[in-house]
Design a protein around this ligand. Structure first.
Ligand code: PMV
Length: 314
């Protein structure tokens, strides 16, 4: 029996959400919150998955991998890891997540990547980071139907990535940003929010298209500023205003953004699809005050840098 622990980080979108659906670039980075997958092979053909987040616990026989309920990303990751490594085994899996789920912080991508690598380590099979990112994307694609490869790439490689949808690959950005992440605790559906933006664009194309193109300009300028160690706060504020114009902010997100501004953040915006989920603030020298102001609104907040560390064997 072999035991291994693998961890992988969550992510935030710094700039460009929604506009990226229409071909504009996006900029995203790994955060300091991780998912830990502890995995042990078994001598029989049973698989058990335990987690500190819902649905908490399932167990089944290896032959029923595709036909049980719950932990869909983990089960798909197991299936594809068995296929890729050419080896199968009974497994005991313990998942411990520091990343809030369904809040746009990339928890499904990180658990998928950590599970695939943990299985390869446990059965003694090699997988490169490029193959890992590709397989993780296949997991998300298989479970969700459509999925951008950004989340799985970030959780694999860490750091920040500039993503241009019409180009192959990513550009790595050297970003060390003092952020605060604030979570509304409201779960939301990325798919529904993307559909709402599409409906608004179909109704008012001449008004919405320039907003989308301006978000693209903000993302390109933000990349340039980050690379030159210049402040990105104002660009975050403008981006938040444009996302509000697209109808994806709400009262709770706005109140956290205002709280962050009031506590000295250089900029703040919602992150991800909106409608709930989380916001981010850029807070050089004011991280503690900003986190405190968000907590006073009754929400969870944590400091994070954009971390260089992607998936790792513990
Ligand atoms: O909710 P998240 O963090 O998965 O972000 C969704 C980002 C969108 O641009 C709204 C959709 C997408 O597929 O890029």
């Amino acid at each position: 029996m072999r035991m291994v622990t693998v961890s992988a980080p969550g992510k935030v979108i710094l700039f460009g959400e929604h506009a990226v659906v229409y071909g504009e670039p996006s900029l995203a980075g790994a955060i300091d919150k991780r998912i830990y997958v502890n995995l042990e092979t078994r001598d029989d053909s049973n698989i058990s998955i335990n987690s500190n987040v819902a649905p908490y616990r399932i167990s089944f026989s290896i032959d029923n991998l595709g036909s049980v309920e719950g932990f869909t990303h983990v089960r798909k990751a197991i299936e594809l890891a068995f296929e890729q490594s050419g080896k199968k085994s009974g497994l005991d899996i313990e998942i411990s997540s520091e990343i809030p789920v369904a809040s746009g912080l990339g928890s499904s991508a990180s658990v998928s990547i950590a599970t695939i690598l943990a299985i390869h380590e446990a059965v003694g099979s090699k997988i490169s980071k490029n193959e890992l990112a590709k397989l993780g994307h296949k997991v998300e694609f298989g479970v969700q139907g459509a999925a951008s490869p950004t989340d799985t790439a970030i959780t694999t490689f860490g750091g920040a990535l500039f993503v241009e949808p019409d180009k192959e690959g990513y550009q790595r950005i050297d970003a060390s940003l003092p952020l605060v992440v604030g979570c509304t605790g409201i779960e939301r559906s990325t798919k529904a929010l993307v559909e709402n933006v599409r409906a608004l664009r179909d109704k008012f194309p001449e008004i919405i298209d320039p907003i989308i193109s301006n978000i693209g300009k903000i993302t390109r300028e933000a990349k340039r500023r980050i690379e030159n160690s210049e402040d990105i706060g104002e660009l975050m504020n403008i981006n938040h205003g444009l996302l509000t114009a697209l109808g994806v902010s709400n009262f709770k997100l706005d109140s956290l953004v205002y709280a962050a501004w009031g506590a000295g953040a250089s900029g703040a915006k919602l992150t991800g699809a909106g409608g709930g989920g989380c916001m981010i603030a850029h807070a050089p020298g004011t991280q503690a005050a900003v986190a405190n102001a968000i907590e006073k609104c009754g929400c969870m907040a944590f400091d994070s840098a954009i971390t260089g560390e992607g998936v790792r064997v513990e």
